[in-house]
Design a protein around this ligand. Structure first.
Ligand SMILES: Cc1cc2nc3c(=O)[nH]c(=O)nc-3n(C[C@H](O)[C@H](O)[C@H](O)COP(=O)(O)OP(=O)(O)OC[C@H]3O[C@@H](n4cnc5c(N)ncnc54)[C@H](O)[C@@H]3O)c2cc1C
Length: 469
């Protein structure tokens, strides 16, 4: 305790009082994850308001070997932003929420440069104010931050057209574990000058550096938008529809979401909304064009007719569109209200998804008759949220089944050439599964990167790579 008091005094030499939180009751919310599953501890939360302050914090922590958990909006679904139990209360949280300003917009290069703590929805709005579009869109966009999105290589609803966060970053600024700043924010559309370190930082979940700023790509805003809901008998038909629409509409296919009927009914009850279609499976899709008055509906109607996908609702107004999207976006909240479940954030080649769904459900329900599946996700990019509720066990007691259920689900993911971490990352939830996905050579290379950039092992201990106690 003497040591932590000493460190707090040292932090107060480099930060202003409003950048330091030390009262246990104020620290507590930062130590609990979004799913209320991981409870960490920290002796202080620091909220630096400048890049120089982040550097000073890291220099000090490096020198005194203090564990640092970088935290953005704390919406991680795999315990990524919560201090690992191994750090006890001997570490700090660096919250980026006060480093949250827009720096500038560059219309010729079509980029926006922002502090890492800027909330995703605020970035979308800043782009909109200059008649541009920032396409990353997640149900947590009102609270997650750009730094967290980059650290997790976030995906979301528009990946089918614009790609995940990695494809939206045009430049990055970050502070290494020893406090050194690396800054490449100018929007170079071409740059081939050796190995690209910032690509390592994207998706590294706060284990290699603290991201302090980013230059992001902007796009022309969609002016013509067509939103449709299809009711289908089976996932194979959804995959066929995806292929047909991708081929016909090309880059205009912006979102293509698959929703099981159970997931829809859960969300509809929670949202107090009516069901758009009666079917075993549903697809919510959106077509967009940056030109106004482009008629997307005529071609869509013709295709639906040709393929006999007639259990269809097409949004006729913005209100209709919001109704359909609310049903999709409220699935997470509806599940949260229901209780705890065993979640899987998986992806695989789209061509394998129908078989995966059939085989896994059959095996799961045979082994666990009380299992209830809530399946939905971004079929357009091959990723699914595959969540298993266990009958009436709706508290955290459900995690007693997790190892056995994960074993079964992940084995099928591997059999179908997929990944167990599509867009939420590894965090502390899946560290022990990483060796299943990565070869020995890849794991060694990751350990070497970690050792090189964070030789004292202070950054986000126990995340991504298994903790060394
Ligand atoms: C309702 C809901 C829906 C979601 N839907 C999606 C979805 O569709 N697609 C998707 O990809 N994710 C989704 N997520 C997960 C989550 O919102 C994303 O992973 C998001 O990108 C995390 O951002 P954050 O700012 O909250 O990061 P945090 O949760 O604070 O942190 C996440 C990780 O990033 C690290 N980190 C945070 N900020 C920094 C920084 N500045 N520098 C270095 N490391 C940092 C943390 O240490 C941690 O490892 C959803 C979550 C919720 C609650």
């Amino acid at each position: 305790m003497k040591n932590t008091q000493h460190h707090i005094r040292a932090f107060s030499q480099i930060l202003s009082p409003n950048e330091i939180i030390t009262a246990a009751s104020d620290i507590a919310p930062f130590c609990l994850d979004q799913r209320k599953r991981y409870q960490g501890a920290a002796f202080a939360v620091l909220q630096p308001q400048s890049v120089a302050a982040v550097q000073a914090i890291m220099r000090y922590c490096h020198q005194h070997q203090i564990a640092v958990t970088p935290q953005g909006g704390n919406t991680s679904l795999c315990g990524g932003a919560t201090p690992h139990a191994i750090t006890k209360d001997q570490g700090i949280i660096v919250s980026l929420s006060r480093l949250n300003q827009m720096r500038h917009i560059n219309l010729a290069d079509n980029t926006i440069t922002v502090d890492a703590g800027m909330i995703l929805a605020d970035v979308q709005q800043a782009a909109q104010r200059v008649n541009r579009y920032f396409p990353l869109s997640l149900a947590s966009e009102g609270s997650c931050q750009i730094g967290g999105n980059i650290a997790c290589n976030a995906g979301g609803l528009n990946v089918v057209r614009y790609g995940p966060m990695r494809q939206l970053v045009a430049g990055l600024e970050y502070v290494l574990a020893n406090g050194e700043l690396v800054s490449h924010l100018s929007p170079l559309h071409k740059n081939t000058t050796g190995y690209e370190l910032y690509q390592q930082i994207i998706g590294s979940e706060g284990t290699l550096a603290i991201i302090t700023g980013a230059t992001l790509k902007l796009f022309a805003p969609p002016q013509s938008v067509l939103t449709a809901w299809l009711g289908l008998n089976e996932p194979a038909t959804a995959i066929e529809a995806l292929s047909v629409l991708k081929n016909h509409f090309g880059e205009r296919l912006t979102s293509f979401e698959l929703i099981s009927d159970d997931a829809l009914k859960l969300s509809a009850r929670y949202s107090q909304q009516t069901l758009p279609t009666q079917a075993a499976w549903h697809v919510l899709l959106e077509l967009t064009d940056s030109m106004s008055k482009v008629d997307l509906s005529e071609s869509l109607y013709a295709l639906l007719d040709q393929h006999q996908w007639l259990n269809t609702v097409i949004a006729q107004s913005e209100t209709d569109r919001q109704h359909l999207w609310t049903l999709r976006e409220n699935i997470s909240a509806a599940q949260r209200q229901l209780g705890a479940s065993i979640k899987h954030d998986i992806a695989m080649p789209i061509t394998h998804i129908a078989d995966f769904l059939a085989v896994t459900e059959q095996q799961l329900t045979a082994a666990f008759p009380e299992a209830r599946l809530v399946v939905f996700g971004h079929l357009g990019d091959g990723s699914l949220h595959y969540n298993v509720f266990m009958g009436s066990v709706l508290s955290n007691d459900v995690y007693q089944y997790e190892a056995a259920i994960n074993q079964l689900v992940y084995q099928q993911v591997l059999n179908h050439q997929g990944t167990i971490a599509a867009e939420h990352g590894i965090g502390q939830l899946k560290t022990h599964w990483l060796p299943l996905l990565r070869s020995k050579a890849e794991l060694q290379w990751m350990q070497q990167q970690k050792q090189q950039l964070d030789p004292k092992g202070i950054l986000n201990i126990g995340k991504v790579l298994p903790a060394i106690s």
